[in-house]
Ligand binder design. Structure first.
Ligand SMILES: [Zn+2]
Length: 118
């Protein structure tokens, strides 16, 4: 599967974005936040992510080592992406692919990521 540009949003539509990523390397994670939120995550560089609207409507939640900014919509509470720094020091976005339009979630084969052991 090659990279493609997807449109995504929170539930109420206050937050909209575009992200370019490949959906053949998505993960589910068993860490304390992912298991509660049920996210399926795809990763891309910040360069391939554009926030179209809603910057003022995002709230930033951090916990643990505070490496990751879990940004969610203040109105509907949906977390459509988060921001962090990858192992190579490059700023990354983790996209909740459940928030992308025109993606058949059931066609994806998420790898299990053991975030709980980190
Ligand atoms: Zn919203």
């Amino acid at each position: 599967m090659s990279e493609q540009t997807y449109y995504g949003s929170c539930h109420c539509g206050a937050v909209e974005f575009e992200a370019t990523l490949a959906l053949d390397q998505v993960v589910t994670c068993n860490c304390s936040i992912c298991r509660r939120q049920g996210t399926i995550l795809g990763f891309t560089s910040t360069k391939k992510f554009t926030l179209l609207k809603g910057a003022e409507n995002l709230s930033d939640y951090q916990f643990g080592s505070h490496n990751i900014h879990h940004e969610f919509c203040k109105t509907c509470g949906v977390k459509s992406f988060s921001k962090g720094v990858g192992p190579d020091g490059v700023e990354m976005r983790a996209i909740n692919v459940r928030c992308l339009e025109d993606v058949d979630i059931d066609s994806l084969s998420p790898q299990k990521f053991d975030g709980a052991s980190l």
